[in-house]
Design a protein around this ligand. Structure first.
Ligand code: PMP
Length: 423
């Protein structure tokens, strides 16, 4: 059977999907074909995790069924096949990010793991008392807490670029807050709580002029916009497989080779060493230096399939499709009485957060679930964002390649129902 991705390959300039194309895309995702509470499932939580196309599910099960063994150390056929499958995850991510040298791609558990790796290792190597780490007010907890931990340990200071009431940061603020002691800037590409798309290229340009490395949290970005790390001008890029239509428990950190070479190991163990003696151990070169222990082998095979999938559909087209949906959803949500949007940046993608002043977000989510509509409610691991907007939680609808305008209509119908129940 030809998957939608193969059928659409080379389909031309960036535009969204036709109805027929979208129906084929949806057919690639077996999970979507089900009823929840006796209603057709409407999945609007892709910012938390995307669903998986059959090609990813097949790649994972094929690995376990036919090619499984531990990687790297084996001299026998099965181990070599497993190693090839694992390494295909690395080369796929290198291709996705426009990186010529796969040694710059470290396979990790996900974005959280990637940022912790940089915070601990780069922090250990480069942060001293009085140094500063610069983040923004809209970061996910995984781009706050690892820096707090290392700053406390090293006597360094975490500084936070503020945002305005639309959920935007200003480049002037970023520039003004980069000082003599700033050792790294760590910034989210697309905010999961607000949908803000940050001007990362401009931030990198300004940081580079001062010789400050930049880490970009790409968790929300890689599945919905083409990313070329050289064009962005960043030094590290972190991502999660499970938000890219791939498996959970696998992700990647791209880092400039000279920085990865300079950084001390993150965790010690097998795979990351050159020689071990009780007196002294020498370390492997990157990326192995940062991949201690038996990795998520099937996850990497699935990650490669996920990258193949989005590349075959075309990230420009995925971006155009999601943009059309976002605009449509914004127009339709404006029809719902009492609904207040949280996050109205000029550049937006992926997620739409909203509240009803008199109805708790969890009640909104629970009622929608009864209607078959899955959205996320809560603080979205961004409590400082909630605090800034003075709300305990928001309801958040987010989109993936498989969502349709009918999904948005179901959301709006569900929200009207919420209004009726609380009237
Ligand atoms: N950063 C952002 C912007 C995210 O949306 C997420 C996941 N919600 C993360 C980091 C953490 O990703 P993971 O849980 O996959 O490590």
């Amino acid at each position: 059977m030809v998957s939608s991705a193969e059928a659409l390959q080379g389909a031309g300039a960036a535009r969204g999907f036709s109805e027929v194309e979208l129906a084929r895309v949806r057919d690639d995702f077996p999970i979507l074909d089900q009823r929840v509470h006796d209603r057709p499932l409407v999945y609007l939580d892709s910012a938390a995790s995307t669903q998986k196309p059959r090609s990813v599910i097949d790649a994972v099960s094929h690995l376990y069924a036919f090619d499984y063994a531990n990687v790297h150390r084996g001299v026998y056929e099965l181990s070599e096949r497993a190693t090839r499958a694992y390494e295909s995850g690395r080369t796929a991510i290198a291709r996705l990010l426009g990186v010529p040298d796969p040694r710059e791609v470290v396979l990790v558990r996900g974005t959280t793991d990637a940022i912790n790796l940089v915070a601990s290792s780069f922090g250990r190597g480069r942060l001293g008392a009085g140094d500063e780490v610069l983040i923004t007010a809209m970061e996910h907890h995984s781009n706050i807490v690892p820096w707090q931990l290392v700053c406390r340990e090293r006597g360094a200071k975490l500084r936070v670029v503020p945002m305005n009431e639309r959920g935007e940061i200003s480049l002037d603020d970023v520039e003004a807050m980069m000082g003599e002691r700033t050792r790294i800037v760590s910034v989210v590409h697309i905010s999961n709580a607000l949908g803000t798309v940050n001007p990362v290229r401009e931030i990198c340009e300004r940081a580079r002029a001062r010789g400050i490395p930049v880490l970009v949290d790409g968790a929300q970005a890689v599945a919905r916009t083409p990313v070329d790390v050289a064009a962005l001008g960043c030094d590290f890029y972190a991502l999660s497989g499970h938000k890219l239509y791939g498996p959970s428990g696998i992700g990647a950190l791209w880092g400039r080779l000279d920085l990865l070479e300079e950084m001390p190991p993150y965790q010690g163990g097998g795979e990351m060493i050159a020689t071990v003696r009780f007196e002294e151990t020498t370390y492997a070169e990157p990326p192995a230096k940062f991949e201690a222990g038996t990795p998520n082998i099937a996850g990497a095979a699935g990650l490669a399939a996920a990258v193949d999938y989005v590349e075959a559909l075309g990230l420009e087209r995925i971006a155009a499709h999601e943009d059309e949906l976002l605009r449509y959803a914004e127009a339709r949500l404006a029809e719902v009485p009492g609904l207040r949007r949280i996050g109205t940046a000029a550049e937006r993608a992926g997620a739409l957060s909203f509240v009803f002043d008199e109805i708790h977000a969890h009640d909104v989510g629970t009622i929608l679930d009864r209607e078959g509509v899955a959205i996320r409610t809560g603080h979205h691991c961004a409590q400082p964002v909630m605090e800034f907007f003075g709300v305990p939680a928001t309801a958040r609808a987010s989109f993936g390649v498989y969502n349709t305008s009918a999904d948005v209509d179901a959301l709006v119908d569900g929200l009207m129902r919420v209004r009726e129940i609380f009237a």
